[in-house]
Design a protein around this ligand. Structure first.
Ligand SMILES: Cc1ncc(COP(=O)(O)O)c(C=O)c1O
Length: 487
């Protein structure tokens, strides 16, 4: 459960700070249903850029944003792309909901809201005393630094030094302090070590997305609901939701699958990781290039007992396809050979590297379960290719200039040619094995209680209790906004 006990002094400071900086905090209910957002706020949004560092953009932590760089409001059906069978090679429908239209260009800004807001509206985090520390492999600390700035909170971003140049460049303009730790995507242990060092200073409050239940609370209630809405809006008669697949970084997004499995009990939930770091499928470890996922451990917030399948994606597949979707030659292939429309081709750039990996998970899942035209799989595109322009350039340098022939090869080898290898349908003992891996990271290293670890397994209702805390959090947020008095 998330501690929602009130700390009066901190709360009074936060209310004053919010008033001074024009901060109104959106509720989870408003994120689920933007019709609940007051007109006064929508009027301001209509004049504000998507990425502007303006507190009004807290209301754009929302899957229903219009796909506009500036002045966008909200739409009924979240932004998504559909992967046509000519591209995927499988008959089942694959729908991918796009994170590109969140401020920061990534849905991780929602996870950081989920972690910060409970402590802000209770006063446990005091904006006049604490610094908010955001340990992550990139996007979560970008989201955290952005939200901190909007909420007039001082921030510290921690991320591995090998993450993409775009992440660092942007962070420099937003975060109070940036700490680069050794290694790449997989090196989360080094980040955790840094947070222990920082914790010696009582003004540093750590928001660890891998362990904070605000992260799954947000995804279950907001991402899960949006995916269900998307499915309901676009399903054709007779079609069923066969499942969902998400690569896991913090595993926050995985809890969207918990909601989907409640609403569609026959749906299967798969978790993806990199083949070069197959911790779930094979207790494995290693560096890889699917930025944002797979960090050699099982996050505390992953409800493993509810996960049906593990899928390992070769990072070479997602890199090659990144080039296919984001070079003129690749786009020419999509247009001339696969007869994709300009709109479809434009939308394929909404897939970042992990988004491509998510789609590949869906394709493998469709092959495993022999899904048909009557089946629909859903996933998310956490960020877009905008975050990886430098990676495309690196690939061009590494492999030489791209051609339409290379594009055809990449499509055949890295998408159509996917097999049902490196997948594991999780039996009860397999799930237990994965769950048990949490012990080493969380109990041995990070001082979590073994009783709480056991509760995650033996009392599955603990997850339901966390998801249900959204209602209480919303009440606290409404009370906070009322005290601030700007509405
Ligand atoms: C680009 C990218 N993809 C996927 C993920 C994984 O999402 P989650 O942390 O919800 O598992 C992240 C997390 O930071 C990310 O930045």
């Amino acid at each position: 459960m998330i501690d929602l006990s009130i700390c009066k002094e901190g709360l009074a400071h936060n209310i004053r700070r919010a008033r001074e900086h024009n901060v109104i905090i959106p509720t989870i209910a408003q994120m689920q249903n933007p019709d609940l957002i007051p007109e006064k706020i929508k009027e301001k949004l209509a004049k504000t850029d998507l990425w502007a560092v303006d507190p009004i953009n807290l209301f754009r932590i929302n899957w229903h944003n219009e796909a506009k760089e500036s002045g966008g409001l909200f739409q009924k059906v979240p932004n998504y792309i559909e992967i046509p069978s000519a591209l995927s090679g499988v008959p089942c429908r694959i729908l991918a909901m796009a994170g590109k239209w969140f401020p920061t260009g990534c849905h991780k800004v929602g996870a950081s809201y989920g972690c910060l807001v409970p402590r802000l509206v209770t006063g446990q985090f005091d904006a006049t005393y604490h610094h908010a520390v955001w340990p992550s492999t990139g996007n979560y600390c970008r989201g955290g630094a952005f939200n901190s700035k909007l909420l007039a909170v001082d921030s510290v971003a921690i991320l591995p030094q090998d993450m993409s140049k775009e992440r660092f460049d942007w962070l420099k303009s937003i975060a109070g302090q940036i700490i680069a730790t050794p290694g790449c995507e997989s090196n989360v242990k080094e980040i955790f070590d840094k947070t222990w060092e920082l914790k010696q200073d009582p003004t540093m409050m750590i928001f660890n997305q891998f362990a904070e239940m605000g992260n799954p609370l947000w995804h279950y209630n907001v991402t899960g609901t949006a995916l269900a809405e998307l499915f309901e809006a676009v399903k054709k008669p007779g079609q069923r939701l066969a499942g969902a697949a998400f690569t896991s970084g913090s595993a926050g997004t995985m809890s969207a699958g918990d909601l989907l499995k409640e609403r569609y009990p026959k749906a299967k939930l798969a978790v993806g990781e990199a083949l070069q770091c197959p911790t779930i499928v094979n207790n494995g470890f290693g560096g890889h290039r699917i930025e944002g996922i797979g960090d050699k451990h099982i996050p505390w917030v992953h409800n493993v007992r509810n996960t049906d399948m593990g899928i390992a994606i070769d990072d070479e597949d997602s890199q090659r396809l990144l080039r296919l979707f984001n070079t003129p030659e690749g786009q020419k292939y999509l247009k001339d050979e696969l007869k994709m429309s300009d709109e479809q081709i434009e939308k394929f750039t909404w897939m970042g590297i992990s988004g491509i990996a998510n789609v590949l998970c869906c394709i493998k899942m469709a092959k495993w379960y022999e899904l048909t035209e009557d089946d629909v799989l859903v996933t998310v595109l956490t960020d877009s290719a905008v975050m990886y322009k430098s990676r495309v350039e690196e690939l061009n340098e590494m492999y030489g200039a791209y051609t339409v022939t290379e594009a055809a090869k990449d499509h055949a080898l890295h998408m159509l040619g996917l097999k049902t290898d490196n997948m594991l349908e999780l039996t009860y003992p397999e799930r237990k094995r994965v769950h048990n891996l949490k012990y080493y990271t969380w109990v041995e290293q990070q001082q979590m209680k073994v009783e709480d670890l056991d509760d995650q397994w033996y009392k599955p209702q603990v997850w339901d209790e966390v998801h249900a805390q959204a209602a209480e959090l919303d009440k606290l947020t409404e009370a906070f906004n009322a005290e601030v008095g700007l509405l």
